[in-house]
Design a binder for this molecule. Structure first.
Ligand code: PTJ
Length: 260
């Protein structure tokens, strides 16, 4: 990995960029994953590279839904494995979810390598290595799922996902949660709960929330889920970006070192 000085003003951003590059070189991340990451970075600039209130609200509902689920599954792709392997395993442990490697650009070798990364991060069980079922309506490679995982799941967390697959999962009757920095993406609009935040901030926060919310009764968790409206959340994200950009334009961003 390139040596990035900690004093660099954009240290964190460069560090995660390097993780994605390293993931690709190791055969974990797809080449298209580099493009997806760049798109994510651009949207992260727009929200100010911090967790914004509508994302926090969506996270609470996502965690409540995962805790309430009978068969929750967290899907893992090449970008997620490169960026947040430990956090993925920890989140699955706290909410009691299964982990399934499910790839858009599926190759058996990548599936195996990602499963290895998850095991190194502490996962006891990783599904998706021998999928026997197919998501209806998706061509063979993209639609392969594990009978004990996504196939059976009632709630699926599919971060950084393609819109087509999100839509197919919704059609199958799954409750779909996504993490996507682009509030305009098809995935963001198709999912039942969309967390518009960088996964590197979202997963640690969701772990914290899950540890607290585990103590709540089912009634309380159901109450949190009941009032949720994903369309409102996506509108709030767009309005947040609009207001932030307006403020920055009016204040003159060139005068400021830190953007908030
Ligand atoms: O590993 P595979 O084969 O499953 O492929 C994974 C990618 C990401 C290449 C594949 O799912 C894909 O092409 O996805 P898309 O359609 O590019 O969508 C990815 C979405 O994730 C985009 O809307 C990005 O803005 C968003 N994104 C990228 N990086 C992050 C992110 N959202 C949150 N956190 C990020 N770090």
């Amino acid at each position: 990995m390139a040596n990035i000085p900690k004093s660099h003003p954009r240290y964190w951003s460069l560090l995660y960029r390097e993780k994605i590059i390293e993931g690709m070189e190791k055969g974990i991340t797809a080449k298209a994953g580099l493009i997806a990451h760049g798109r994510g970075e651009a949207f992260d600039y727009l929200i100010g590279e911090k967790t914004i209130p509508p994302a926090e609200e969506a996270m609470k509902v996502a965690v409540a839904k995962l805790l309430l689920a009978k068969h929750p599954v967290i899907s893992v792709n090449g970008n997620v494995a490169a960026l947040v392997p430990k956090e993925t395993v920890e989140l699955a442990n706290v909410v009691g979810a299964k982990l399934e490697v499910n790839l858009f650009y599926r190759t058996e070798e990548r599936v195996r390598k990602i499963a290895e990364v998850l095991r190194e991060a502490g996962a006891k069980e990783v599904l998706g290595l021998k999928p026997t079922k197919r998501i209806p309506g998706l061509e063979s490679e993209r639609g392969k799922v594990d009978e004990e995982g996504i196939w059976k799941a009632d709630v699926v967390l599919v971060p950084l996902e393609d819109g087509d697959r999100t839509e197919a999962l919704v059609r199958m009757g799954k409750f779909v949660i996504t993490v996507d920095l682009n509030p305009l993406s098809r995935s963001a609009r198709m999912a039942h709960v969309t967390i518009v935040d960088n996964i590197i901030r979202a997963y640690p926060k969701m772990i914290e929330l899950a540890k607290e919310m585990k103590r709540l009764s089912r009634e309380k968790l159901e109450e949190i889920v009941k009032m949720y409206d994903n369309n409102r959340i996506l509108s709030e994200v767009l309005l947040y970006i609009r207001d932030r950009l307006t403020r920055l334009a009016e204040e003159g961003i060139w005068k400021r070192k830190e953007l908030s």
